[in-house]
Design a protein around this ligand. Structure first.
Ligand SMILES: Cc1cc2nc3c(=O)[nH]c(=O)nc-3n(C[C@H](O)[C@H](O)[C@H](O)COP(=O)(O)OP(=O)(O)OC[C@H]3O[C@@H](n4cnc5c(N)ncnc54)[C@H](O)[C@@H]3O)c2cc1C
Length: 326
């Protein structure tokens, strides 16, 4: 058995790292002063979309390539991944945005009204055209992290205790104390109950000012997200943001006007200047960070590359910076 390794942080980055290390036989301790996964971690507020093609419309090709590994990795760890794809729609006045999106997402299929009716009957009355990304999936971040935490404990990963061996820092935005180019990008989200609308998959509404995604959580519950504001503020959802999210949901389908508001959430995503993650070695510590809006999408690839490095000395193909070599 190799190790020991100490992982600082028990968000999606830290837990995927612990899973990858322990599944390859290493001794692992995870230290997080807040204990089990919860609202203290940015990961708790995520939509849980595993949507590399949609993200590729505005993100680097590397993010798409690495993100394609995510669904299979999560399933290998026992997570329930829904393989229902993503539907993308736009209001009539924004149809040119749909055409632009289609050009940038080569795997997107165009659906007619009849095909929308087959996939999402509740949207067929309102949209005559949509894009469908069949290969995408989604998971429930809270259930997934809670189950992974329990699975790791069962597998012999220690939670709490003293630092020993190689330290891998996965503290998310808190690591700004060392990673001076790490910034926060605030995201606000809502959870609502709306039994009058049924959706089987994440739906994205393109909008020039208030793009929205809605992720079904089952039992009429939906996650609505998310704002993207350049500030490291980790609390304080504003009236404007909440209003915009609600307006966008209402625009997607007016039945959301009758939804019950269950939760307003907010946190800041840890991001480097190019919005791509990094594995960075500074002194004796390895930092894995900068997951930005791709926590569940890229944490598996980031963990695999980091573990290849610490167990096999294999340099990561991307996103690697060694400050000892400079
Ligand atoms: C509204 C919103 C929606 C999002 N939607 C998606 C989505 O659909 N798909 C997707 O892939 N990503 C999404 N994201 C992004 C994703 O949530 C982040 O990329 C991810 O959570 C970052 O994970 P992390 O583990 O680096 O940080 P965190 O989740 O913040 O975890 C850091 C952990 O470090 C711990 N910690 C703090 N200080 C210390 C210390 N001194 N020692 C040890 N531990 C410490 C904290 O308690 C915390 O548990 C979304 C984010 C937001 C805000």
């Amino acid at each position: 058995m190799s190790g020991p390794f100490t992982i600082l942080g028990g968000g999606v980055c830290g837990l995927t790292m612990a899973a990858e290390l322990s599944s390859r036989g290493a001794r692992v301790t995870v230290i997080d002063p807040k204990g089990a996964p919860g609202g203290h971690a940015c990961s708790w507020w995520a939509g849980g979309m595993l949507a590399p093609d949609c993200e590729g419309v505005s993100a680097e090709p590397e993010i798409v390539r690495q993100g394609r590994k995510a669904a299979g990795w999560w399933e290998s760890q026992g997570a329930a991944v829904h393989h229902a794809g993503t539907l993308v729609v736009a209001l009539n006045r924004d149809q040119s945005d749909l055409a632009t999106f289609a050009r940038r997402a080569p795997r997107a299929a165009t659906l007619t009204k009849a095909q929308i009716a087959e996939q999402e009957p509740h949207l067929a009355e309102r949209y005559s055209k949509a894009l469908f990304l069949a290969d995408e999936g989604h998971l429930d971040p809270r259930a997934t992290l809670t189950a992974l935490h329990a699975r790791l404990a069962h597998r012999g990963v220690h939670f709490g205790g003293d630092i020993a061996g190689q330290v891998i820092d996965c503290r998310g935005l808190v690591a700004r104390d060392t990673l001076t180019d790490l910034r926060g990008v605030k995201g606000e989200m809502l959870v609502v109950r709306c039994p009058d609308v049924r959706l089987s998959r994440p739906v994205r509404l393109l909008h020039p000012r208030f793009p929205l995604y809605i992720v079904p959580r089952g039992d009429g519950v939906f996650m609505l997200g998310a704002t993207q504001i350049e500030t490291g503020e980790r609390s304080r959802a504003t009236l404007r943001s909440v209003m915009e999210l609600m307006n966008a949901a209402y625009a997607l389908h007016p039945a959301f006007g009758e939804a019950e508001l269950l939760e307003i959430g907010v946190d800041a995503r840890p991001a480097f200047p190019d919005n791509q993650p990094r594995i960075r070695r500074i002194g004796d510590v390895i930092y894995a960070n900068g997951l930005f809006r791709h926590g569940f999408l890229l944490a598996p690839a980031l963990a695999q590359m980091t573990v290849d490095l610490v167990l096999e000395g294999k340099k990561p193909e991307v996103w690697y910076e060694d400050y000892r070599e400079r």
